[in-house]
Ligand binder design. Structure first.
Ligand code: FMN
Length: 220
């Protein structure tokens, strides 16, 4: 009697065991793939960031890993976002350049995320747009793929042009606006100027390994 009960349940037990095995195997596979994908995504993101950082701060001009040598600062008024990341470039421990994740709060279709590179001498290493929702074909000429406009900032500073000329031409400044679109370039020029003022005011503190710079009062 007992033997036949076990015989009857064996197929069920076997099926349950096989099911369990596949469930565990499946879950482990998903977990493994997830981790592997996560690592690959993180590696790709790091590569993309490093590529852009090197376009703004030539790799031969620094000997530290700018991707990890960072500082988080909070100055929404000056830098547009709740928190801003500052990537620091150094050569034999000496300051070379900072690259800030400035946010342009007032683009035509919402915030525009920038990388703004400021050399230790206060000149711009360059600016790149990381993300935006500006109107395609009208407000997107700040993308490298669409025009050379974004290179207009290379080498500029708060004395070149003078601070009152940090506007688009339509508003009496020196920076070109886009054809049929002024809001986007106007907002980017203003955000880059504010970033330069922020870096000028916090110059040495931004390279300080320990200090997290909370906020400062900035002129202009
Ligand atoms: C559908 C539509 C989309 C537009 N998109 C943009 C844009 O992305 N960026 C921009 O600067 N202007 C854009 N404009 C143009 C602006 O509305 C504005 O006319 C232009 O920027 C000139 O601004 P100003 O008069 O302040 O100089 C768009 C206009 C329309 C009708």
């Amino acid at each position: 009697m007992e033997g036949s009960k076990v015989d009857k349940r064996l197929p069920i037990i076997m099926a349950a065991a096989i099911l369990g095995f596949f469930a565990i195997a499946g879950t482990s596979l998903v977990a493994f793939t997830h981790t592997a994908t996560k690592e690959r995504i993180a590696a790709n993101e790091r590569e993309t960031l490093l590529h852009t950082l090197h376009a703004l701060v030539p790799p031969e001009s620094v000997d530290n890993d700018m991707v990890v040598d960072t500082l988080e600062v909070a100055d929404p008024e000056q830098l547009g976002g709740a928190m801003t990341t500052v990537y620091r470039g150094r050569l034999q421990g000496e300051p070379v350049a900072t690259v800030l994740t400035t946010m342009v709060p007032n683009g035509y279709s919402g915030p525009i995320k920038l990388l703004v590179a400021v050399r230790y001498d206060g000149t711009l290493g360059g600016v790149r747009v990381i993300s935006h929702k500006e109107t395609p074909g009208l407000g997107d000429k700040m993308e490298e793929a669409r025009s050379d406009w974004i290179y207009i900032f290379n080498g500029k500073s708060l004395s070149n042009p003078s601070i009152e000329k940090w506007k688009v031409k339509r508003d009496g400044g020196v920076f070109d606006q886009f054809t049929g679109a002024t809001v986007t370039p106007r907002s980017i020029v203003a955000a880059v100027k504010k970033t330069l003022i922020y870096v000028k005011t916090n110059k040495d503190a931004l390279y300080d390994k320990q200090v997290a710079v909370d906020s400062v009062t900035a002129e202009g």
